[in-house]
Design a protein. Sequence first.
Length: 193
Amino acid sequence: MSNISKLSVILLVFFSFILCGCNSPEKNNNDNKNTTTNKVSKKEKKQYYYTNSTVGYKIPITSSWKIEEVPNTDIFLVNKDGTFTPEPSVNVVTVKANKYELWDKKAQKKLKDEIDKNLVTASEKEVTLAGQHAYNIVYGLENKAVSIIVNQTYLFYNGYFMVITCSSRESEYNRFEEIFNDFIEKIDFTEAK
């Protein structure tokens, strides 16, 4: 399967959950992921860790996030501090793939075209994550008069193409933007190996 085909599958899964509001979680049958959730002491504000030892990353999760089991995702989190449906969410999807340069303008255009050939982004940034070139875009979606802002980061890590997607209702995005950015910055790519 080509990298573009894999990306199409990832984006199809992502859009299905965003547009449906992910109200009916299903069991995750993604057996190639070794995942654990470990509790940390009560002094650390009920913090948990999601660990993906296959890809090699670890995510600290506080009690304001609820893990939902969703097919074809490594992890799908819903923030219980949101006031609208769909609730603010973060999901991580990884697919084994050959690496290509994410700071290449043609590659960036292909990624955006997979979402929508006429996609207009609110922002685009070439960032470094886990010592690797990564690409971040922020854009809006609308479905049935519900406007959603999506903050999506693409990264190649340890032989996997990783897509980190954060989203919330447009009316809540300013409140959650810093939370989403902090969440991405706290992903630990060293401890999980």
